[in-house]
Write a protein that binds this ligand. Structure first.
Ligand code: ATP
Length: 140
């Protein structure tokens, strides 16, 4: 089966570098399935658990937003943070999820009293936590 190189880079390290059969990525323009020989593309990516088909199996990786460049032989993802499931601290992700939920609920109940809470930031934190929990199959 033909493959395409996939590299996922976070600010501090190369998180993933393998030849894969397919990558399924949530871009700012919608979900994309990237196969070998894909047409060149540059897009933003949203926080999510991306799916990778490799050696007949499926792997999940949490990516927390960034950019993706696709050429016919290579996919490069530059992520603000990215983790393999084995490196995800589930307790930490669950706490981040609960914290973000509480902030959003407080905003909904009493928006005037919580002007200091930035709803965009709380939504972004919730999305990052969801991506991590989904990558470890602790679905939210
Ligand atoms: P938290 O509120 O728990 O810090 P966060 O979403 O604000 O979560 P980020 O700013 O996205 O965290 O990431 C900061 C650094 O911490 C990155 O290097 C990221 O890989 C790492 N990180 C964040 N959450 C986790 C987690 N649950 N497990 C492992 N690494 C994590």
């Amino acid at each position: 089966m033909s493959t395409i190189r996939l590299e996922i880079v976070s600010p501090d390290k190369m998180v993933y570098s393998e030849d894969v059969e397919m990558a399924i990525v949530r871009s700012t323009g919608g979900e994309l399935g990237i196969l070998p020989k894909h047409t060149p593309l540059l897009t933003g990516i949203l926080p999510h658990a991306m799916r990778i088909k490799r050696n007949g199996g499926e792997e999940l990786i949490a990516v927390c937003g960034g950019f993706m460049e696709v050429t016919p032989h290579k996919i490069t993802i530059l992520a603000s943070a990215a983790e393999l499931p084995i490196n995800i601290d589930i307790n930490r992700a669950q706490k981040a999820y609960d914290r973000a939920q509480e902030r959003l609920e407080a905003l909904q109940k009493a928006p005037e009293e919580h002007k200091d809470i930035d709803s965009e930031r709380a939504h972004a934190a919730l999305d990052r936590a969801k991506a991590r929990l989904q990558a470890t199959n602790n679905k939210q």
